[in-house]
Ligand binder design. Structure first.
Ligand code: ADP
Ligand code: ZN
Length: 754
């Protein structure tokens, strides 16, 4: 988020001094713009009934903007209270132009917008923008008109056989063309009957877009621990109050199956359920599973939704006809009418943190939303975040556990392959042990998977003659070769250029060499090593959207594929029953970089990938290629003892008050001019708060020292857990004026430190 507080270029004050019409009132309207708070407008008498939450249009300068009538007493922090117009008499305010024909934004959602703005230090209008996606508000097409026969035929009407036929058919409302077609008459016959009063016009309402899910449609057979956990979750829903539960269970233990029982209870109670998934690519498989369980599709919400569906869904959530919504982070800002349950699946996923615009953590904000709605929330994971485990430890969250995989499936057997002892051949990346195991699995008619969390062909291109490294002109980052597209590209800013024939520095020909592997390169190696295998690549840049991903998953399930090669997209909750072998090409990849959560994340990610193996009867095997097989991360993956691993993590973070034992807020200063960034960062450093239990680290050049042509510096504020960082941050930032062209972004609870 950006701290810079922009005021409208023109104050919405009317210049004419006409007295206000009688009965007009003053309202505060929150616009979806980065202003400091809501603006004051006059409510003309024709809109006298307008209430907080109503969606309106107002004049702003020469434009018309959409906004929401805000509450007179919102709990916004001081800098978000109405700016100067406070002293402007109502008579001089511009009038609200119109009220839109839309359901009002519920009070709970308005309160949530205020809360998120205050917590993330974002302009509330930018948070509101997430709740009011412009294309969700566009009017729906008017309902069609249909004709229905009047109860009695008007006297004096001559009943020809054609007319007779029309009246017989018009027992349910049909539009003109349809009625004419069915009766085999011209439209003139219908018009004649309508004029004579024998047909009455009615609006044909479209059927509700989302059928009601049936909790009893196809419930699973639950026994043992599954039945106990499901009963607990149902009890939370039936309580109809706020509670937080962490549902922890190994991959394949039936977590999804079981939280669907909580959804069933919620639907049966007449309330709405929201399910957040970290990645929208997962939604296709999820909706299919939901439909089999409930006999109806859930409503889907994500950024790629078509305009019409977005409008229909927004309204259906507001009027309560959409009972179950599954979506990405942004679904948190939908206008739920009766929210009765929130599920956050794969709660440990960092994808829940939104990094641009308003930076917020959807998992944490979901907890806030649940509290405001007095609804239970369930956080679900096979490898819960240390944050959630610490909350369990502190007694804030309940903890439910599933210890065994469902049915006859056992946990896969995980082994490390010591790359020092069993290295691949020169120029290759798969060790002989791994290729042997893949050959065996494919030979048995089973499926194998290779995982490497890196897109493209090679992460670095180097000149063998002069050592020059191909770098992005806009960022402090190497260019990644994408051989299939014949380009070098920057994964940070999207810059690309054709792969050069000669080194741009020393002009030597054919001296540029790819260093290290990406999935493309592993695919090339696999094609050479397993010439007869049917190979499928799954990477976010090769699969175009949820439908393509679903099609790929479908092909794997139908056993049209022997070997799947993929990036993190394959790690997600997929169920591949015939997959028995998983090879992790570079298990050490996530450990570098000095990120405080590097180890935790590597364990979570690799365990999730490993969990794709052996989900049915045939046992699964996971091989980790590593140069540090004794590292605690590898040991945890091999032993499967995550509780001990997380205990060690906790012990490392506790003494220094690192999260979750302390709080962090990052400040990122950026400017095109290096001096402007540097001076602003230094001013922040000099003005850093000096308080007990608070420490400011930096300023230091960011690891991504230049991004999209902007020079970047970072500061990090660390505070004890019992200290609220927002007031400290507000006070600090208010004392520093950014240099010309410099921007200060704040990231509360940062997840990325680049
Ligand atoms: P998780 O979410 O923990 O990875 P899932 O809910 O996806 O586990 O369950 C794994 C597989 O086992 C799925 O195919 C699921 O349908 C099946 N399964 C789990 N529990 C049951 C059950 N009680 N009855 C039938 N199938 C089940
Ligand atoms: Zn770049």
């Amino acid at each position: 988020m950006t701290v810079e507080k922009r005021m409208p270029d023109r104050n919405p004050i009317q210049t004419d001094l006409l007295p206000p019409p009688a009965g007009s009132a003053r309202v505060r309207v929150m616009l979806t713009l980065p202003f400091a708070g809501p603006l004051d407008y006059m409510l003309p008498p024709r809109l006298a009934g307008a209430m907080p939450g109503d969606i309106v249009t107002v004049p702003l300068g020469r434009r018309t903007e959409t906004g929401v009538i805000w509450d007179a007493t919102s709990r916004l922090p001081p800098e978000f209270t109405p700016p100067p117009q406070k002293d402007v008499p109502t008579s001089r305010l511009k009038p609200v132009a119109a009220r839109l024909d839309l359901p009002p934004l519920p009070a709970q959602l308005r309160q949530f917008v205020d809360w998120v703005a205050a917590y993330t230090l974002s302009p509330p209008g930018m948070v509101l923008a997430m709740a009011l996606r412009a294309n969700a508000l566009a009017p729906l097409p008017r309902p069609a008109t249909g004709w229905i026969a009047a109860p009695t035929v008007p006297s004096g009407l001559r009943l020809t056989p054609a007319r007779q036929k029309v009246l017989e058919l018009a027992t349910t409302a049909l539009p003109t063309a349809e009625l004419a077609r069915r009766a085999g008459v011209g439209a003139a016959v219908i018009r004649g009957l309508a004029q004579a009063g024998a047909l009455t016009a009615v609006e044909i309402l479209p059927p509700p877009p989302f059928a009601l899910p049936d909790p009893a449609h196809c419930p699973p057979q639950l026994e043992g621990e599954q039945a106990e956990v499901a009963a607990q979750l149902r009890a939370r829903v039936d309580e109809n109050g706020f509670s937080i539960t962490l549902l922890e269970g190994v991959t394949g233990s039936g977590k999804t199956e079981i939280y669907m029982e909580a959804i069933a209870a919620c639907v049966a109670a007449g309330r709405q359920a929201l399910v957040l998934l970290p990645e929208i690519a997962l939604s296709a498989q999820w909706t299919g599973r939901f439909a089999r369980r409930f006999g109806a599709e859930p409503a889907l919400w994500h950024s790629d939704l078509g305009a019409r569906l977005r409008r229909v869904t927004w309204r259906a959530v507001a009027d309560g006809t959409a009972r179950v919504v599954v979506g990405a982070r942004s679904a948190l800002f939908l206008p739920f009418d009766q929210l009765g349950l929130i599920i956050v699946d794969e709660e440990h996923e960092t994808a829940f943190k939104q990094e641009d615009g308003v930076t917020y953590h959807a998992r944490d904000m979901a907890v806030v939303r649940a509290r405001m709605s007095q609804a239970p929330i369930v956080l679900v994971s096979a490898t819960p975040s240390l944050e959630s485990l610490a909350n369990v430890g502190a007694g804030r969250y309940r903890h439910l556990k599933l210890n065994a995989r469902h049915g006859n499936a056992s946990m896969p057997d995980v082994e490390t392959l010591d790359m020092r002892a069993d290295p691949p051949e020169r120029g290759l990346f798969l060790s002989p042990m791994l290729t042997g195991a893949i050959n065996d699995a494919i030979g048995r008619g089973e499926q194998a998977m290779l995982f490497l969390n890196r897109r493209g062909y090679a992460p670095l291109t180097l000149c063998r003659t002069c050592g020059h490294r191909m770098q992005c002109p806009n960022c402090t980052a190497w260019l990644v070769e994408h051989r299939a597209r014949h380009i070098l590209t920057c994964h940070h800013c999207g810059y690309d250029e054709p792969i050069p024939q000669t080194c741009p520095k020393c002009a030597d020909a054919d001296s540029l060499t790819p260093i290290g592997p990406g999935v493309e390169r592993i695919t090339e190696e696999a094609r050479a090593t397993f010439p007869d295998a049917r190979i499928l690549v799954m990477a976010s840049d090769t699969l175009n959207g949820p439908a393509a991903t679903a099609a790929a998953v479908e092909r794997i399930a139908r056993r049209e594929i022997d070997l799947v090669i993929g990036t993190q997209i394959v790690a997600k909750g997929w169920h591949f029953p015939h997959l028995t072998l998983v090879g992790i090409v570079d298990a050490d990849l996530g450990l570098g970089g000095g990120d405080l959560r590097a180890s935790e994340r590597t364990v979570q990610l690799l365990h999730q990938v490993a969990g794709r193996a052996g989900r049915a009867e045939a046992p699964g095997r996971v091989l980790l290629q590593s140069y540090v097989p004794d590292h605690p991360v590898m040991q945890a993956l091999v032993s499967g003892d995550f509780a001990s691993f997380m205990q060690q993590e906790a012990e490392q973070r506790r003494p220094g008050f690192w999260p979750p034992y302390g709080r962090l807020a990052a400040v990122i200063v950026s400017a095109e001019a290096p001096d402007a960034a540097d001076l602003t960062a230094r001013a922040l450093g000099q003005n850093a708060p000096r308080l007990d239990g608070v420490q400011v680290l930096g300023p230091a050049p960011a690891p991504l020292a230049i991004l999209r042509g902007r020079h970047r510096f970072r500061l990090l504020l660390r505070a004890r857990r019992n200290i609220a960082v927002q007031p400290i941050m507000r006070e600090w930032l208010s004392r520093v004026k950014p240099e010309r062209g410099a921007r200060i972004d704040v990231d509360i609870d940062p997840v990325s430190f680049l």
